[in-house]
Write a protein that binds this ligand. Structure first.
Ligand code: ZN
Ligand code: ZN
Length: 293
């Protein structure tokens, strides 16, 4: 009996240390890729042309509003020389929104993806499912039982799993930055910036989520970001932690929580899935909560 317990304990310790090693590797790889991607994307920007970029974008927008034909647009010449501008002058100018707002589009996309993953793990499946049950669903179910446990995790444990997820998109951008020509990269610039923005925000999602559970001792700049609603505010995430945990799933910026709740997005999606599969949302979550009590 004692030998069995000792073997089980050794097995648990070795699994924990290999998980810790994997988390270290993921964090180191992910942050190296982030630095490489961001540095190279910043180097692609021709900063000396920035004032004329702003001017030409404004000019293009004004001409578009006035319905001026492309050959008459005075900023056409200049735009051909900008990063992210298509060939052929103003007719190929990307809309102002697309040119300037990839950080905002990236933040909205990352917020939606965080909500979708969180909703999926909270609502469907069981902790007994092979691989995903233990590795993914269980942590979400346990978080509802003990929401402050996350605040006791160190940086590596908090961010290791998210780093594992974002290595692939960051690696794909790094590969393109390393292998593509300068001209090809100029065409890809806006898209790659978007991918890197989404990846960085998803990498930090669990860190942001952890901050939303800490009420004392946070650095001032974090509380300011929360108060200005640039990242998930504590008051918003509290709404999700009210049983039965069926709303406010987005945990990156939290920008989509209110509009998605207003249109009943998650409820409609759950009704649709229930109608198609017959599965009841959160049935395993209820059982799990009762088992723990
Ligand atoms: Zn949850
Ligand atoms: Zn939480």
């Amino acid at each position: 009996m004692c030998v069995g317990l000792a073997a089980e304990r050794t097995d648990l310790v070795s699994r924990e240390s290999s998980k810790r090693y994997q988390e270290y590797c993921c964090v180191a790889t992910c942050f190296s890729l982030m630095v490489y991607d961001v540095t190279n994307l910043l180097l692609l920007i021709r900063w000396e042309l920035m004032p004329s970029v702003m001017l030409s974008i404004e000019c293009c927008q004004r001409n578009r509003e006035k319905n001026v034909k492309p050959p008459e647009c005075p900023c056409g010449q200049r735009r051909e020389n900008q990063v992210g501008a298509g060939k052929g002058g103003p007719s190929a100018c990307p809309p102002l929104l697309l040119t300037n707002s990839y950080p905002v589009a990236g933040a909205i996309t990352a917020d939606f993806l965080s909500g979708l993953a969180h909703w999926g793990a909270d609502t469907w499946g069981s902790v007994d499912l092979p691989i995903v049950g233990k590795a993914f669903i269980r942590t979400f179910r346990e978080h509802h039982i003990d929401p402050t446990a996350i605040t006791r995790h160190d940086f590596i444990e908090t961010n290791g799993d998210n780093c594992l997820m974002t290595i692939l998109p960051l690696l794909s951008t790094a590969y393109k930055l390393h292998t593509q020509t300068h001209e090809a990269l100029e065409q890809l610039f806006v898209w790659e910036c978007f991918v890197v923005c989404v990846s960085i925000l998803l990498t930090f999602t669990n860190q942001i989520h952890k901050w939303s559970h800490i009420y004392f001792g946070l650095p001032r700049w974090v509380t300011l970001l929360q108060e200005w609603h640039i990242i998930l505010p504590r008051r918003d995430h509290r709404i999700h932690h009210i049983s039965p945990h069926d709303t406010y799933f987005c945990i990156t910026t939290g920008w989509l929580n209110y509009p998605l709740e207003k249109i009943g997005f998650w409820r409609r999606l759950e009704n649709l899935i229930q109608a198609v599969t017959g599965e009841k949302p959160r049935s395993d979550d209820m059982k799990w909560a009762q088992k723990i009590k």
